[in-house]
Design a binder for this molecule. Structure first.
Ligand code: HEM
Length: 433
């Protein structure tokens, strides 16, 4: 980090603390306890907030992403905070209104959010994955097979690239209806890799806007073809076309849902591959299980455990006006982070919380008060069902058709948006027959 940036951060911190002190005099409140470190880069250590939580309690402050951030640990406490202060909060996410009217669903509130969320809920309900596992698992199998051959295939980055190809193929098919292997799926993949090669940009410049328009032209061409289709909708886009609800906001959301989902899926799948590589006996148990329902349950349990251990990090909100919660002041324009990952490491909720136990969820249900990897409030993940179902298919595919071995777990590293398997992690994947 440069000296100018450090200096700017110091000024911002001093000004925020001064404003909070003044405000506290009038509201008998104070900032939450906690250390404000002057470094604004993402910390390399996954456990840094857990340590602060242990030191300062369930509500503490930190400095993150150039903003004063109040952290809340505990799902019940977090949900109460979100519910009591709904009107004073906005999701901290990218502003997409420069390129489509209402922006992301995640960024909407009030009646606009209710209107569009209802529409998308209906679309997810209409596009069932039941009976499609053969079609979807073929896509997964073909990409996994690529990890069994070729130079450097066993390295973390190679796995990341191939798993992103798999998640892209599945999302293009299920969200936009572009069939795997078709010409339009190829064109869309190129257009997405050009628009967001490694996750979304935080600020949309004219260059990104032009790249977005390229994807939109392809999606509109697909929508035009779908008007003529007959059977039950097989993609979200198809449902929207049929129900005549396709507007610029829906198109923008579908396009970015594909991007976010392909990114999040490949992140989750990298962890699944790495964690399960160390659990060969669990994969063998799945493969040997005669009951299909039980096989599915065991596979989904491994997915839930990976979400708990690795892929759920936080829920982020911006206070649009000052909030006092539990006696602590949350100043306007500061952030609130509901620490999902840290709460998932609570030994009071999960026995041996730092140990990956793929069967933890097989015969035990955890309530939302202890387990909530996919959101807590009215912005809960719309793709939650797909996340567990499709990732469960990946686990079954690994168990039945491949043999996975762990060479080196490696050091967890901070990626673009999330913690991810380090570049030194190393597994081996071979076809079973
Ligand atoms: C690894 C997979 C995924 C993870 C970890 C994940 C996580 C989350 C979380 C934590 C939220 C709540 C965000 C908040 O409250 O600010 C969320 C919301 C959302 N997710 Fe997911 N998600 C995943 C996959 C998907 C998929 C596959 C889709 C759709 C194809 C999807 C669509 C959405 C949408 C549209 C929202 C916003 C809903 C709203 O604001 O009403 N997600 N996701």
């Amino acid at each position: 980090m440069g000296a100018t940036k450090r200096h700017l951060d110091r000024l911002k911190i001093a000004s925020k603390i001064g404003q909070a002190w003044l405000h506290g005099i009038f509201t008998s409140s104070r900032l939450a306890p906690g250390l404000i470190s002057k470094s604004s880069g993402a910390p390399a250590d996954q456990f840094h907030l857990l340590e602060q939580h242990r030191q300062y309690g369930n509500i503490f402050k930190t400095w993150s992403g150039g903003k004063l951030t109040t952290c809340i640990v505990g799902h019940e406490l977090g949900l109460r905070f979100l519910t009591e202060n709904k009107a004073k909060l906005r999701a901290a996410t990218i502003d997409m209104t420069p390129i489509f009217p209402e922006g992301f669903l995640r960024a909407m509130e009030g009646s606009t959010h209710v209107h569009y969320r209802r529409m998308f809920l209906a679309a997810f309900r209409a596009v069932s994955l039941e009976g499609r596992s053969a079609e979807l698992r073929t896509i997964l199998r073909s990409r996994l097979a690529e990890l069994t051959t070729g130079e450097g295939r066993l390295r973390s980055q190679a796995a990341a690239r191939i798993l992103k190809q798999a998640s892209t193929a599945l999302m293009l098919q299920l969200v936009l209806g572009a069939k795997d292997g078709s010409e339009i799926a190829g064109e869309l993949t190129d257009a997405y890799d050009d628009y967001a090669p490694n996750g979304m940009h935080i600020v949309i410049t004219p260059t990104e806007r032009a790249k977005y328009e390229r994807i939109k032209r392809l999606v509109l061409a697909l929508a035009d073809d779908l008007k003529r289709s007959e059977p039950a909708p097989s993609s979200l886009l198809e449902y929207m076309v049929r129900s005549q609800t396709l507007d610029d906001t829906v198109i923008g959301n579908l396009i970015h849902m594909t991007e976010f989902a392909r990114y999040d899926f490949h992140g989750l799948w990298r962890w699944i591959l790495l964690e399960l590589a160390g659990e060969e006996s669990y994969l063998n148990l799945i493969a040997a299980e005669p009951d299909a329902g039980r096989r599915e349950l065991m596979a989904k349990s491994a997915v839930s455990e990976t979400l708990r251990m690795q892929q759920s990090e936080f829920i982020l909100r911006t206070a649009i006006m000052p909030i006092v919660f539990e006696g602590f002041l949350i100043p306007r324009r500061s952030r609130v982070r509901i620490c999902i990952w840290e709460a998932h490491r609570d030994p009071g909720q999960f026995l041996d919380p730092d140990v990956f136990k793929p069967d933890r969820f097989v015969d035990k249900k955890f309530s939302g008060a202890s387990y909530a990897p996919l959101g807590l409030d009215h912005h809960r993940c719309l793709g939650a069902g797909w996340t567990v179902q499709l990732s469960g298919m990946l686990v079954e595919e690994l168990a039945e058709n491949f043999s996975v071995k762990l060479f080196n777990y490696g050091t967890v590293s901070r990626g673009h948006f999330h913690y991810e398997p380090g570049p030194d992690s190393h597994i081996s994947l071979t076809a079973r027959r």
